[in-house]
Design a protein around this ligand. Structure first.
Ligand code: ATP
Ligand code: MG
Ligand code: MG
Ligand code: MG
Length: 593
Protein backbone atom coordinates (compact mmCIF):
# COMPACT_ATOMS: atom_id res chain seq x y z
CA UNK A 1 0.00 0.00 0.00
CA UNK A 2 1.18 3.49 -0.90
CA UNK A 3 0.71 6.06 1.83
CA UNK A 4 -0.07 8.69 -0.82
CA UNK A 5 -3.22 6.70 -1.62
CA UNK A 6 -4.23 5.81 1.92
CA UNK A 7 -6.55 7.58 4.30
CA UNK A 8 -3.53 8.42 6.39
CA UNK A 9 -4.01 11.20 8.92
CA UNK A 10 -1.89 11.41 12.05
CA UNK A 11 -2.29 13.86 14.90
CA UNK A 12 0.60 15.66 16.51
CA UNK A 13 -1.07 16.19 19.88
CA UNK A 14 -2.75 13.85 22.28
CA UNK A 15 -6.52 13.84 21.90
CA UNK A 16 -8.14 15.40 24.96
CA UNK A 17 -10.56 12.59 25.75
CA UNK A 18 -7.99 9.78 25.81
CA UNK A 19 -6.63 8.79 29.21
CA UNK A 20 -4.28 5.90 28.63
CA UNK A 21 -1.28 5.64 26.28
CA UNK A 22 -2.70 2.97 23.96
CA UNK A 23 -5.92 4.92 23.44
CA UNK A 24 -4.02 8.14 22.71
CA UNK A 25 -1.65 6.39 20.32
CA UNK A 26 -4.32 4.55 18.34
CA UNK A 27 -6.20 7.83 17.85
CA UNK A 28 -3.08 9.82 17.02
CA UNK A 29 -1.74 7.24 14.60
CA UNK A 30 -5.01 7.07 12.70
CA UNK A 31 -5.96 3.51 13.65
CA UNK A 32 -9.34 4.32 15.14
CA UNK A 33 -11.91 7.14 15.18
CA UNK A 34 -14.44 7.74 17.90
CA UNK A 35 -17.98 7.87 16.54
CA UNK A 36 -19.84 7.95 19.84
CA UNK A 37 -19.45 6.87 23.46
CA UNK A 38 -17.78 3.43 23.32
CA UNK A 39 -18.28 3.32 19.55
CA UNK A 40 -15.27 3.30 17.25
CA UNK A 41 -14.50 2.98 13.58
CA UNK A 42 -11.62 0.61 12.85
CA UNK A 43 -9.69 2.36 10.10
CA UNK A 44 -7.64 0.38 7.54
CA UNK A 45 -4.51 -0.01 9.69
CA UNK A 46 -6.55 -1.13 12.69
CA UNK A 47 -8.58 -3.51 10.60
CA UNK A 48 -5.40 -5.22 9.48
CA UNK A 49 -4.30 -5.63 13.10
CA UNK A 50 -7.71 -7.01 14.04
CA UNK A 51 -7.58 -9.45 11.17
CA UNK A 52 -4.13 -10.62 12.25
CA UNK A 53 -5.33 -11.18 15.79
CA UNK A 54 -8.47 -12.93 14.49
CA UNK A 55 -6.37 -15.19 12.30
CA UNK A 56 -4.17 -16.24 15.21
CA UNK A 57 -7.29 -16.89 17.28
CA UNK A 58 -8.88 -18.82 14.42
CA UNK A 59 -5.82 -21.01 13.85
CA UNK A 60 -5.55 -21.89 17.52
CA UNK A 61 -9.27 -22.64 17.76
CA UNK A 62 -9.30 -24.76 14.61
CA UNK A 63 -6.30 -26.72 15.88
CA UNK A 64 -8.43 -27.92 18.81
CA UNK A 65 -11.17 -29.12 16.49
CA UNK A 66 -13.54 -26.24 17.21
CA UNK A 67 -15.61 -25.15 14.21
CA UNK A 68 -16.17 -21.59 13.13
CA UNK A 69 -19.69 -20.33 12.47
CA UNK A 70 -21.51 -17.01 12.62
CA UNK A 71 -24.49 -16.49 14.89
CA UNK A 72 -27.10 -13.73 14.71
CA UNK A 73 -26.56 -10.48 16.56
CA UNK A 74 -30.27 -9.78 16.64
CA UNK A 75 -31.63 -12.12 19.26
CA UNK A 76 -35.30 -12.76 20.07
CA UNK A 77 -36.18 -11.80 23.64
CA UNK A 78 -38.00 -15.10 24.05
CA UNK A 79 -34.72 -17.00 24.15
CA UNK A 80 -33.45 -14.78 26.92
CA UNK A 81 -36.71 -15.16 28.78
CA UNK A 82 -36.29 -18.94 28.62
CA UNK A 83 -32.85 -18.76 30.16
CA UNK A 84 -34.16 -16.28 32.71
CA UNK A 85 -31.66 -13.54 31.74
CA UNK A 86 -33.88 -11.08 29.83
CA UNK A 87 -34.93 -9.00 32.81
CA UNK A 88 -31.53 -8.69 34.47
CA UNK A 89 -29.82 -7.97 31.16
CA UNK A 90 -32.25 -5.29 29.99
CA UNK A 91 -33.20 -3.50 33.19
CA UNK A 92 -31.56 -0.17 34.11
CA UNK A 93 -28.17 -1.61 35.15
CA UNK A 94 -28.26 -4.32 32.50
CA UNK A 95 -25.85 -4.27 29.59
CA UNK A 96 -28.09 -5.49 26.78
CA UNK A 97 -29.39 -3.14 24.12
CA UNK A 98 -33.01 -4.03 23.42
CA UNK A 99 -35.42 -2.94 20.74
CA UNK A 100 -38.89 -3.58 19.39
CA UNK A 101 -39.49 -4.49 15.76
CA UNK A 102 -42.39 -3.48 13.50
CA UNK A 103 -44.39 -6.50 14.71
CA UNK A 104 -43.97 -5.32 18.28
CA UNK A 105 -41.59 -8.19 19.00
CA UNK A 106 -38.82 -7.59 21.53
CA UNK A 107 -35.27 -8.22 20.41
CA UNK A 108 -31.84 -7.75 21.94
CA UNK A 109 -28.43 -7.06 20.41
CA UNK A 110 -26.18 -9.93 21.44
CA UNK A 111 -23.84 -9.17 24.35
CA UNK A 112 -22.99 -12.91 24.36
CA UNK A 113 -24.47 -16.00 22.71
CA UNK A 114 -25.30 -18.73 25.25
CA UNK A 115 -29.02 -18.51 24.49
CA UNK A 116 -28.60 -18.68 20.73
CA UNK A 117 -26.15 -21.56 20.83
CA UNK A 118 -28.21 -23.50 23.37
CA UNK A 119 -31.30 -23.27 21.18
CA UNK A 120 -29.28 -24.62 18.25
CA UNK A 121 -27.95 -27.45 20.40
CA UNK A 122 -31.44 -28.20 21.67
CA UNK A 123 -32.66 -28.63 18.12
CA UNK A 124 -29.67 -30.31 16.54
CA UNK A 125 -27.93 -32.44 19.14
CA UNK A 126 -29.78 -35.70 19.71
CA UNK A 127 -27.25 -38.32 20.64
CA UNK A 128 -24.04 -38.78 22.59
CA UNK A 129 -22.52 -39.77 19.24
CA UNK A 130 -22.59 -36.11 18.18
CA UNK A 131 -20.54 -35.10 21.21
CA UNK A 132 -18.29 -33.39 22.12
CA UNK A 133 -18.98 -30.42 19.88
CA UNK A 134 -17.41 -26.97 19.92
CA UNK A 135 -18.64 -24.02 17.84
CA UNK A 136 -17.11 -20.56 17.84
CA UNK A 137 -17.46 -17.26 16.04
CA UNK A 138 -15.58 -14.00 15.71
CA UNK A 139 -18.07 -11.21 15.78
CA UNK A 140 -19.15 -7.82 17.02
CA UNK A 141 -20.75 -7.84 20.47
CA UNK A 142 -22.93 -5.13 21.93
CA UNK A 143 -22.84 -4.17 25.58
CA UNK A 144 -24.28 -0.98 27.00
CA UNK A 145 -21.41 -0.65 29.46
CA UNK A 146 -21.98 1.66 32.40
CA UNK A 147 -18.59 3.22 31.84
CA UNK A 148 -17.30 2.83 28.32
CA UNK A 149 -13.71 4.05 28.29
CA UNK A 150 -10.14 3.64 27.19
CA UNK A 151 -11.04 3.30 23.52
CA UNK A 152 -11.33 -0.30 22.43
CA UNK A 153 -10.63 -1.55 25.94
CA UNK A 154 -14.21 -1.07 27.06
CA UNK A 155 -16.37 -0.37 24.07
CA UNK A 156 -20.09 -0.66 23.69
CA UNK A 157 -19.52 -2.37 20.38
CA UNK A 158 -16.46 -4.60 20.23
CA UNK A 159 -15.11 -7.73 18.60
CA UNK A 160 -15.09 -10.97 20.51
CA UNK A 161 -14.29 -14.55 19.71
CA UNK A 162 -16.78 -16.62 21.64
CA UNK A 163 -16.91 -20.39 21.65
CA UNK A 164 -19.34 -22.83 23.21
CA UNK A 165 -18.70 -26.52 23.76
CA UNK A 166 -21.11 -29.36 24.51
CA UNK A 167 -20.34 -32.56 26.37
CA UNK A 168 -21.71 -35.75 27.78
CA UNK A 169 -19.88 -35.46 31.06
CA UNK A 170 -17.57 -33.47 33.27
CA UNK A 171 -14.49 -35.35 32.07
CA UNK A 172 -15.11 -34.34 28.48
CA UNK A 173 -15.90 -30.74 29.49
CA UNK A 174 -12.65 -30.56 31.46
CA UNK A 175 -10.67 -31.88 28.49
CA UNK A 176 -11.96 -29.13 26.23
CA UNK A 177 -11.45 -26.58 28.98
CA UNK A 178 -7.84 -27.70 29.23
CA UNK A 179 -7.47 -27.49 25.44
CA UNK A 180 -8.83 -23.95 25.57
CA UNK A 181 -6.41 -23.04 28.34
CA UNK A 182 -3.61 -24.15 26.06
CA UNK A 183 -5.12 -22.50 22.97
CA UNK A 184 -5.48 -19.18 24.81
CA UNK A 185 -1.93 -19.44 26.08
CA UNK A 186 -0.76 -20.00 22.50
CA UNK A 187 -2.83 -17.10 21.13
CA UNK A 188 -1.41 -14.63 23.61
CA UNK A 189 2.16 -15.87 23.20
CA UNK A 190 1.89 -15.67 19.45
CA UNK A 191 0.48 -12.14 19.72
CA UNK A 192 3.61 -11.18 21.63
CA UNK A 193 1.90 -10.36 24.91
CA UNK A 194 3.08 -10.72 28.50
CA UNK A 195 0.17 -12.25 30.39
CA UNK A 196 -0.94 -14.34 33.30
CA UNK A 197 -3.69 -16.94 33.54
CA UNK A 198 -5.51 -16.33 36.80
CA UNK A 199 -8.16 -18.10 38.80
CA UNK A 200 -11.45 -16.36 38.46
CA UNK A 201 -13.75 -18.58 40.44
CA UNK A 202 -13.70 -19.00 44.17
CA UNK A 203 -16.33 -21.71 43.90
CA UNK A 204 -13.76 -24.41 43.76
CA UNK A 205 -10.67 -23.17 45.47
CA UNK A 206 -7.66 -24.77 43.87
CA UNK A 207 -9.89 -26.01 41.07
CA UNK A 208 -10.22 -24.60 37.63
CA UNK A 209 -13.85 -23.68 37.04
CA UNK A 210 -12.99 -20.37 35.43
CA UNK A 211 -9.76 -18.78 34.27
CA UNK A 212 -9.14 -15.23 33.10
CA UNK A 213 -6.22 -14.35 30.86
CA UNK A 214 -4.76 -11.07 31.98
CA UNK A 215 -2.43 -8.94 29.93
CA UNK A 216 -0.16 -7.24 32.40
CA UNK A 217 -0.26 -3.46 32.15
CA UNK A 218 -0.53 -0.52 34.54
CA UNK A 219 -3.71 0.68 32.85
CA UNK A 220 -5.48 -2.62 33.59
CA UNK A 221 -8.80 -2.34 35.37
CA UNK A 222 -8.22 -5.61 37.24
CA UNK A 223 -5.83 -6.48 40.02
CA UNK A 224 -4.08 -9.82 40.07
CA UNK A 225 -2.47 -11.40 43.12
CA UNK A 226 0.23 -13.94 42.39
CA UNK A 227 3.14 -15.79 43.91
CA UNK A 228 6.65 -15.61 42.56
CA UNK A 229 6.84 -19.38 42.06
CA UNK A 230 3.98 -19.00 39.58
CA UNK A 231 1.88 -21.64 41.32
CA UNK A 232 -0.85 -19.26 42.37
CA UNK A 233 -2.46 -16.36 40.55
CA UNK A 234 -5.99 -15.08 41.00
CA UNK A 235 -8.13 -12.09 40.31
CA UNK A 236 -8.13 -10.07 43.53
CA UNK A 237 -11.91 -10.43 43.58
CA UNK A 238 -11.43 -14.14 44.03
CA UNK A 239 -8.01 -14.49 45.63
CA UNK A 240 -7.60 -16.10 49.04
CA UNK A 241 -4.61 -16.23 51.32
CA UNK A 242 -3.38 -17.23 54.70
CA UNK A 243 -3.67 -14.35 57.12
CA UNK A 244 -0.34 -12.92 58.28
CA UNK A 245 -0.93 -14.36 61.74
CA UNK A 246 -1.97 -17.75 60.46
CA UNK A 247 0.76 -19.69 62.23
CA UNK A 248 -1.13 -20.14 65.45
CA UNK A 249 -4.44 -20.96 63.91
CA UNK A 250 -3.28 -23.24 61.17
CA UNK A 251 -4.05 -26.54 62.77
CA UNK A 252 -6.73 -25.49 65.19
CA UNK A 253 -8.39 -28.35 66.93
CA UNK A 254 -12.03 -27.80 66.56
CA UNK A 255 -14.44 -28.75 69.21
CA UNK A 256 -16.98 -31.14 67.84
CA UNK A 257 -20.67 -30.75 68.44
CA UNK A 258 -23.20 -33.44 67.96
CA UNK A 259 -24.79 -34.01 64.63
CA UNK A 260 -27.67 -31.55 64.28
CA UNK A 261 -30.90 -33.04 65.51
CA UNK A 262 -34.00 -34.35 63.87
CA UNK A 263 -35.30 -30.86 63.37
CA UNK A 264 -32.55 -30.15 60.87
CA UNK A 265 -33.00 -33.49 59.17
CA UNK A 266 -36.64 -32.63 58.66
CA UNK A 267 -35.73 -29.29 57.16
CA UNK A 268 -33.29 -30.98 54.88
CA UNK A 269 -36.06 -33.37 53.85
CA UNK A 270 -38.16 -30.47 52.70
CA UNK A 271 -35.23 -28.98 50.99
CA UNK A 272 -34.35 -32.12 49.11
CA UNK A 273 -37.97 -32.92 48.47
CA UNK A 274 -37.61 -36.42 49.85
CA UNK A 275 -38.55 -38.60 52.78
CA UNK A 276 -36.42 -38.90 55.94
CA UNK A 277 -35.26 -42.33 54.82
CA UNK A 278 -34.05 -40.84 51.58
CA UNK A 279 -32.37 -38.08 53.48
CA UNK A 280 -30.45 -40.62 55.41
CA UNK A 281 -29.36 -41.93 52.07
CA UNK A 282 -28.71 -38.52 50.68
CA UNK A 283 -27.18 -36.86 53.66
CA UNK A 284 -24.37 -39.16 54.45
CA UNK A 285 -22.92 -37.25 57.26
CA UNK A 286 -23.25 -34.01 59.10
CA UNK A 287 -21.33 -32.62 61.94
CA UNK A 288 -20.36 -29.24 63.26
CA UNK A 289 -17.00 -28.04 64.41
CA UNK A 290 -16.77 -24.85 66.34
CA UNK A 291 -13.76 -22.73 67.22
CA UNK A 292 -15.81 -20.14 69.03
CA UNK A 293 -16.00 -17.74 66.14
CA UNK A 294 -16.67 -19.80 63.08
CA UNK A 295 -18.65 -22.92 62.71
CA UNK A 296 -17.69 -25.46 60.17
CA UNK A 297 -20.55 -27.60 58.99
CA UNK A 298 -19.46 -30.69 57.20
CA UNK A 299 -22.12 -32.10 54.97
CA UNK A 300 -21.97 -34.75 52.36
CA UNK A 301 -24.93 -35.04 50.09
CA UNK A 302 -25.13 -37.41 47.21
CA UNK A 303 -25.61 -35.81 43.85
CA UNK A 304 -29.21 -34.85 43.54
CA UNK A 305 -30.36 -32.39 40.97
CA UNK A 306 -33.11 -31.18 43.23
CA UNK A 307 -30.73 -29.70 45.74
CA UNK A 308 -31.06 -25.97 45.68
CA UNK A 309 -27.78 -24.52 46.87
CA UNK A 310 -29.30 -21.24 47.93
CA UNK A 311 -31.90 -22.97 50.05
CA UNK A 312 -29.29 -25.33 51.35
CA UNK A 313 -27.10 -22.42 52.26
CA UNK A 314 -29.95 -20.81 54.19
CA UNK A 315 -30.54 -24.07 55.95
CA UNK A 316 -26.92 -24.46 56.90
CA UNK A 317 -26.84 -20.87 58.07
CA UNK A 318 -29.68 -21.67 60.41
CA UNK A 319 -27.90 -24.73 61.69
CA UNK A 320 -24.82 -22.62 62.31
CA UNK A 321 -26.93 -19.97 64.02
CA UNK A 322 -28.17 -22.64 66.42
CA UNK A 323 -24.57 -22.87 67.53
CA UNK A 324 -24.22 -19.11 67.79
CA UNK A 325 -21.81 -18.93 64.90
CA UNK A 326 -21.40 -16.07 62.46
CA UNK A 327 -20.21 -18.00 59.48
CA UNK A 328 -20.26 -21.45 58.07
CA UNK A 329 -18.69 -23.51 55.38
CA UNK A 330 -20.35 -26.47 53.78
CA UNK A 331 -18.32 -29.15 52.16
CA UNK A 332 -19.06 -31.56 49.39
CA UNK A 333 -22.36 -30.04 48.43
CA UNK A 334 -23.04 -31.31 44.96
CA UNK A 335 -22.91 -28.65 42.35
CA UNK A 336 -26.44 -28.03 41.15
CA UNK A 337 -25.32 -26.72 37.81
CA UNK A 338 -23.21 -29.68 36.87
CA UNK A 339 -25.18 -32.16 38.98
CA UNK A 340 -21.89 -33.61 39.83
CA UNK A 341 -21.63 -35.86 42.82
CA UNK A 342 -18.52 -34.95 44.68
CA UNK A 343 -16.88 -38.22 45.38
CA UNK A 344 -13.68 -39.03 47.11
CA UNK A 345 -11.95 -39.36 43.81
CA UNK A 346 -13.24 -36.10 42.43
CA UNK A 347 -12.22 -34.05 45.44
CA UNK A 348 -8.73 -32.85 44.76
CA UNK A 349 -8.41 -30.34 47.53
CA UNK A 350 -11.67 -30.03 49.32
CA UNK A 351 -14.64 -28.13 48.11
CA UNK A 352 -16.70 -25.22 49.22
CA UNK A 353 -20.03 -24.69 47.53
CA UNK A 354 -19.72 -21.66 45.22
CA UNK A 355 -22.55 -19.62 46.69
CA UNK A 356 -21.41 -20.18 50.19
CA UNK A 357 -17.77 -19.55 49.49
CA UNK A 358 -18.57 -16.40 47.55
CA UNK A 359 -20.68 -14.99 50.34
CA UNK A 360 -18.07 -16.07 52.75
CA UNK A 361 -15.11 -14.53 51.07
CA UNK A 362 -16.93 -11.33 50.14
CA UNK A 363 -18.09 -11.00 53.73
CA UNK A 364 -16.42 -9.39 56.69
CA UNK A 365 -12.74 -9.26 55.85
CA UNK A 366 -11.81 -9.36 59.48
CA UNK A 367 -13.25 -12.78 60.01
CA UNK A 368 -10.83 -15.41 58.92
CA UNK A 369 -12.45 -18.12 56.95
CA UNK A 370 -11.52 -21.74 56.95
CA UNK A 371 -10.37 -23.78 54.12
CA UNK A 372 -10.53 -27.46 54.51
CA UNK A 373 -7.93 -29.32 52.66
CA UNK A 374 -7.96 -33.03 52.19
CA UNK A 375 -4.47 -33.88 53.23
CA UNK A 376 -4.10 -36.94 51.10
CA UNK A 377 -6.28 -39.22 49.13
CA UNK A 378 -5.76 -42.34 51.21
CA UNK A 379 -9.03 -44.05 51.55
CA UNK A 380 -9.91 -45.98 54.65
CA UNK A 381 -12.75 -48.44 54.75
CA UNK A 382 -15.13 -47.68 57.52
CA UNK A 383 -16.99 -50.30 59.43
CA UNK A 384 -19.23 -47.79 61.05
CA UNK A 385 -18.97 -44.64 59.09
CA UNK A 386 -20.84 -42.42 61.53
CA UNK A 387 -18.59 -43.20 64.42
CA UNK A 388 -15.51 -43.07 62.27
CA UNK A 389 -16.48 -39.83 60.74
CA UNK A 390 -17.04 -38.18 64.05
CA UNK A 391 -13.37 -38.30 64.84
CA UNK A 392 -12.08 -34.76 64.84
CA UNK A 393 -9.98 -34.10 61.79
CA UNK A 394 -11.66 -36.57 59.55
CA UNK A 395 -14.42 -36.23 57.09
CA UNK A 396 -16.44 -38.82 55.34
CA UNK A 397 -17.02 -38.47 51.68
CA UNK A 398 -19.65 -40.62 50.07
CA UNK A 399 -18.95 -42.21 46.76
CA UNK A 400 -21.71 -44.75 46.38
CA UNK A 401 -24.11 -45.72 49.07
CA UNK A 402 -22.57 -48.52 51.05
CA UNK A 403 -19.08 -47.49 50.05
CA UNK A 404 -17.65 -44.61 51.99
CA UNK A 405 -14.23 -43.19 52.33
CA UNK A 406 -12.69 -41.50 55.28
CA UNK A 407 -10.31 -38.72 54.42
CA UNK A 408 -8.09 -36.86 56.82
CA UNK A 409 -8.62 -33.12 56.74
CA UNK A 410 -6.44 -30.23 57.70
CA UNK A 411 -8.11 -27.02 58.71
CA UNK A 412 -6.34 -23.90 57.53
CA UNK A 413 -7.45 -20.35 58.03
CA UNK A 414 -7.82 -18.37 54.86
CA UNK A 415 -9.22 -15.00 54.07
CA UNK A 416 -9.84 -12.70 51.16
CA UNK A 417 -6.32 -12.02 49.98
CA UNK A 418 -4.44 -8.78 49.86
CA UNK A 419 -0.98 -7.74 48.79
CA UNK A 420 1.74 -9.14 51.02
CA UNK A 421 -0.33 -12.03 52.37
CA UNK A 422 1.01 -15.55 52.41
CA UNK A 423 -0.15 -18.07 49.86
CA UNK A 424 -2.53 -20.85 50.79
CA UNK A 425 -0.58 -23.43 48.78
CA UNK A 426 2.69 -22.51 50.41
CA UNK A 427 3.02 -20.13 53.38
CA UNK A 428 6.62 -19.39 52.32
CA UNK A 429 5.29 -17.59 49.28
CA UNK A 430 3.98 -14.04 49.56
CA UNK A 431 1.39 -12.52 47.28
CA UNK A 432 2.45 -9.85 44.82
CA UNK A 433 0.10 -7.57 43.01
CA UNK A 434 -0.07 -6.58 39.35
CA UNK A 435 -2.53 -4.71 37.18
CA UNK A 436 -4.13 -6.70 34.41
CA UNK A 437 -6.38 -6.31 31.41
CA UNK A 438 -8.82 -9.22 31.05
CA UNK A 439 -8.43 -10.28 27.43
CA UNK A 440 -9.79 -13.79 27.71
CA UNK A 441 -12.07 -15.77 29.94
CA UNK A 442 -12.77 -19.49 29.84
CA UNK A 443 -15.56 -21.01 31.83
CA UNK A 444 -17.13 -24.36 32.69
CA UNK A 445 -20.81 -23.59 32.54
CA UNK A 446 -22.18 -27.03 33.37
CA UNK A 447 -25.88 -27.45 32.71
CA UNK A 448 -27.01 -23.93 33.59
CA UNK A 449 -28.32 -23.07 30.12
CA UNK A 450 -29.13 -26.56 28.87
CA UNK A 451 -31.31 -27.11 31.91
CA UNK A 452 -33.09 -23.80 31.72
CA UNK A 453 -33.72 -24.23 28.02
CA UNK A 454 -34.21 -27.99 27.88
CA UNK A 455 -31.21 -28.90 25.73
CA UNK A 456 -30.72 -32.62 26.17
CA UNK A 457 -29.12 -35.59 24.43
CA UNK A 458 -29.63 -39.32 24.65
CA UNK A 459 -26.81 -41.24 26.30
CA UNK A 460 -25.52 -44.72 25.54
CA UNK A 461 -28.12 -46.22 27.87
CA UNK A 462 -30.89 -44.45 26.01
CA UNK A 463 -31.54 -41.96 28.82
CA UNK A 464 -32.18 -38.28 28.18
CA UNK A 465 -29.59 -36.06 29.86
CA UNK A 466 -28.92 -32.33 29.92
CA UNK A 467 -25.89 -31.25 27.88
CA UNK A 468 -22.85 -30.03 29.76
CA UNK A 469 -21.45 -26.77 28.42
CA UNK A 470 -18.32 -24.68 28.46
CA UNK A 471 -17.85 -21.16 27.09
CA UNK A 472 -14.69 -19.37 26.06
CA UNK A 473 -14.26 -15.70 25.13
CA UNK A 474 -11.42 -13.56 23.78
CA UNK A 475 -11.79 -9.82 23.38
CA UNK A 476 -10.17 -9.49 19.96
CA UNK A 477 -10.34 -5.68 19.83
CA UNK A 478 -9.34 -5.35 23.49
CA UNK A 479 -6.41 -7.70 22.92
CA UNK A 480 -5.19 -5.61 19.99
CA UNK A 481 -5.19 -2.43 22.05
CA UNK A 482 -3.58 -4.25 25.00
CA UNK A 483 -0.62 -5.01 22.76
CA UNK A 484 -0.09 -1.26 22.35
CA UNK A 485 -0.52 -0.69 26.07
CA UNK A 486 2.37 -3.11 26.62
CA UNK A 487 4.57 -1.87 23.84
CA UNK A 488 5.15 1.78 23.03
CA UNK A 489 7.66 4.57 23.61
CA UNK A 490 7.62 8.37 23.50
CA UNK A 491 7.51 8.29 19.71
CA UNK A 492 4.67 5.90 19.24
CA UNK A 493 3.48 2.34 18.96
CA UNK A 494 5.85 -0.64 18.77
CA UNK A 495 3.77 -3.49 17.33
CA UNK A 496 4.77 -7.07 17.98
CA UNK A 497 5.63 -8.36 14.49
CA UNK A 498 2.89 -11.02 14.53
CA UNK A 499 0.06 -8.53 14.75
CA UNK A 500 1.59 -5.42 13.14
CA UNK A 501 -0.56 -4.06 10.29
CA UNK A 502 2.51 -4.16 8.03
CA UNK A 503 5.95 -5.63 8.63
CA UNK A 504 7.93 -2.94 6.88
CA UNK A 505 7.67 0.58 5.56
CA UNK A 506 9.86 1.85 2.74
CA UNK A 507 10.43 5.55 3.26
CA UNK A 508 11.54 7.79 0.41
CA UNK A 509 13.22 10.80 2.08
CA UNK A 510 12.96 12.91 -1.06
CA UNK A 511 10.41 12.04 -3.71
CA UNK A 512 12.03 14.44 -6.16
CA UNK A 513 15.08 12.18 -6.28
CA UNK A 514 14.36 9.75 -9.10
CA UNK A 515 16.91 7.19 -7.92
CA UNK A 516 15.47 7.13 -4.38
CA UNK A 517 12.00 6.65 -5.82
CA UNK A 518 13.10 3.93 -8.21
CA UNK A 519 14.93 1.88 -5.56
CA UNK A 520 12.08 2.33 -3.09
CA UNK A 521 9.49 1.14 -5.58
CA UNK A 522 11.62 -1.82 -6.51
CA UNK A 523 12.06 -2.84 -2.85
CA UNK A 524 8.39 -2.23 -2.15
CA UNK A 525 7.36 -4.60 -4.96
CA UNK A 526 9.98 -7.19 -4.13
CA UNK A 527 9.17 -7.29 -0.43
CA UNK A 528 5.43 -7.62 -1.00
CA UNK A 529 6.01 -10.37 -3.53
CA UNK A 530 8.15 -12.17 -0.99
CA UNK A 531 5.33 -11.99 1.55
CA UNK A 532 6.81 -9.18 3.66
CA UNK A 533 3.77 -6.90 4.00
CA UNK A 534 5.18 -3.51 3.13
CA UNK A 535 4.02 0.10 2.98
CA UNK A 536 5.56 2.70 0.71
CA UNK A 537 5.78 6.23 2.04
CA UNK A 538 5.74 8.06 -1.28
CA UNK A 539 4.05 11.19 0.08
CA UNK A 540 5.34 14.61 -0.79
CA UNK A 541 6.40 15.35 2.79
CA UNK A 542 9.63 16.23 4.55
CA UNK A 543 11.78 13.25 5.56
CA UNK A 544 11.42 14.22 9.23
CA UNK A 545 7.64 14.05 9.03
CA UNK A 546 7.82 10.63 7.37
CA UNK A 547 10.19 9.24 10.01
CA UNK A 548 7.95 10.56 12.80
CA UNK A 549 4.88 8.98 11.23
CA UNK A 550 6.63 5.66 10.70
CA UNK A 551 7.61 5.64 14.37
CA UNK A 552 4.12 6.66 15.46
CA UNK A 553 2.30 3.93 13.57
CA UNK A 554 4.82 1.41 14.87
CA UNK A 555 5.78 -0.63 11.81
CA UNK A 556 8.55 -3.07 12.91
CA UNK A 557 11.05 -2.22 10.12
CA UNK A 558 11.71 1.04 8.32
CA UNK A 559 13.72 0.97 5.12
CA UNK A 560 15.12 4.32 4.03
CA UNK A 561 16.32 4.93 0.49
CA UNK A 562 18.58 7.79 1.58
CA UNK A 563 22.24 8.67 1.31
CA UNK A 564 23.41 5.05 1.49
CA UNK A 565 22.05 4.30 -1.97
CA UNK A 566 25.21 5.90 -3.36
CA UNK A 567 26.97 2.77 -2.01
CA UNK A 568 24.24 0.42 -3.22
CA UNK A 569 22.74 0.18 0.25
CA UNK A 570 19.67 1.27 2.20
CA UNK A 571 19.24 1.99 5.88
CA UNK A 572 17.09 -0.52 7.78
CA UNK A 573 15.89 0.60 11.21
CA UNK A 574 14.28 -1.72 13.71
CA UNK A 575 11.43 0.13 15.43
CA UNK A 576 11.66 -1.68 18.77
CA UNK A 577 15.42 -1.28 19.33
CA UNK A 578 16.11 1.65 16.99
CA UNK A 579 19.07 -0.35 15.72
CA UNK A 580 20.07 0.91 12.33
CA UNK A 581 21.94 -1.09 9.71
CA UNK A 582 23.03 -0.43 6.18
CA UNK A 583 22.09 -3.36 4.00
CA UNK A 584 22.98 -4.07 0.39
CA UNK A 585 19.82 -3.40 -1.65
CA UNK A 586 19.79 -6.86 -3.20
CA UNK A 587 19.87 -8.44 0.28
CA UNK A 588 17.05 -6.49 1.92
CA UNK A 589 14.29 -8.92 1.06
CA UNK A 590 16.12 -12.02 2.21
CA UNK A 591 17.17 -10.24 5.42
CA UNK A 592 13.62 -9.24 6.30
CA UNK A 593 11.88 -12.41 5.21
P1 ATP B 1 -14.95 -7.05 32.01
O1 ATP B 1 -14.75 -7.70 33.34
O2 ATP B 1 -13.75 -6.32 31.54
O3 ATP B 1 -16.21 -6.25 31.95
P2 ATP B 1 -16.29 -9.37 31.13
O4 ATP B 1 -15.87 -10.32 32.22
O5 ATP B 1 -17.61 -8.74 31.24
O6 ATP B 1 -15.15 -8.26 30.96
P3 ATP B 1 -16.62 -11.58 29.33
O7 ATP B 1 -18.08 -11.67 29.39
O8 ATP B 1 -15.81 -12.57 30.10
O9 ATP B 1 -16.16 -10.10 29.71
O10 ATP B 1 -16.22 -11.57 27.77
C1 ATP B 1 -15.08 -12.18 27.20
C2 ATP B 1 -14.03 -11.16 26.80
O11 ATP B 1 -14.59 -10.10 26.01
C3 ATP B 1 -13.39 -10.44 27.95
O12 ATP B 1 -12.40 -11.26 28.54
C4 ATP B 1 -12.83 -9.19 27.29
O13 ATP B 1 -11.59 -9.47 26.68
C5 ATP B 1 -13.83 -8.91 26.21
N1 ATP B 1 -14.72 -7.79 26.58
C6 ATP B 1 -15.72 -7.81 27.48
N2 ATP B 1 -16.34 -6.63 27.55
C7 ATP B 1 -15.70 -5.82 26.66
C8 ATP B 1 -15.89 -4.47 26.26
N3 ATP B 1 -16.85 -3.72 26.77
N4 ATP B 1 -15.06 -3.96 25.31
C9 ATP B 1 -14.09 -4.72 24.77
N5 ATP B 1 -13.87 -6.01 25.11
C10 ATP B 1 -14.67 -6.56 26.05
MG1 MG C 1 -18.15 -6.85 31.77
MG1 MG D 1 -14.62 -9.71 33.98
MG1 MG E 1 -15.02 -12.20 32.04
Amino acid sequence: MRLSQMLFVTLRDDPADAEIPSHKLLLRAGYIRRIGSGIYAYLPLMWRVLQKVSQIVREEMNATGAQECLLPQLQPADLWKESGRWDTYTKAEGIMFSLIDRREQQLGLGPTHEEVITTIAREMIRSYRQLPLHLYQIQTKFRDEIRPRFGLMRGREFIMKDGYSFHVDETSLKETYQDMYQAYTNMLRRSGLAFRAVEADSGAIGGSGSTEFMVLAEAGEDEVLYTEDGKYAANVEKAVSLPIDAEASQFTTYQKHDTPGTDSIEKLCQLLKCSPTQVVKNVLYQTVYDNGMTVLVLVSIRGDQEVNEVKLQNELTKIAADYGAKTIIALDVPNVETQQTWTAKSLPLGYIAPDIADEYIKGDKQIHSQFVRLVDQTTVDLKNFVTGANETGYHVVGANWGEQFKLPIQIVDIRKARLGDRAVHNPEQTLFSARGIEVGHIFQLGTKYSQAMGATYTNEQGEEKPLLMGCYGVGVSRLAQSAVEQSYDQDGIIWPVAIAPYHAIVTIPNINDAQQVQIAQQLYTELNQAGVETLLDDRDERAGVKFKDADLIGIPYRIVTGRAIANGKVEVVERATRKSQEIVIAEVTTTLQ
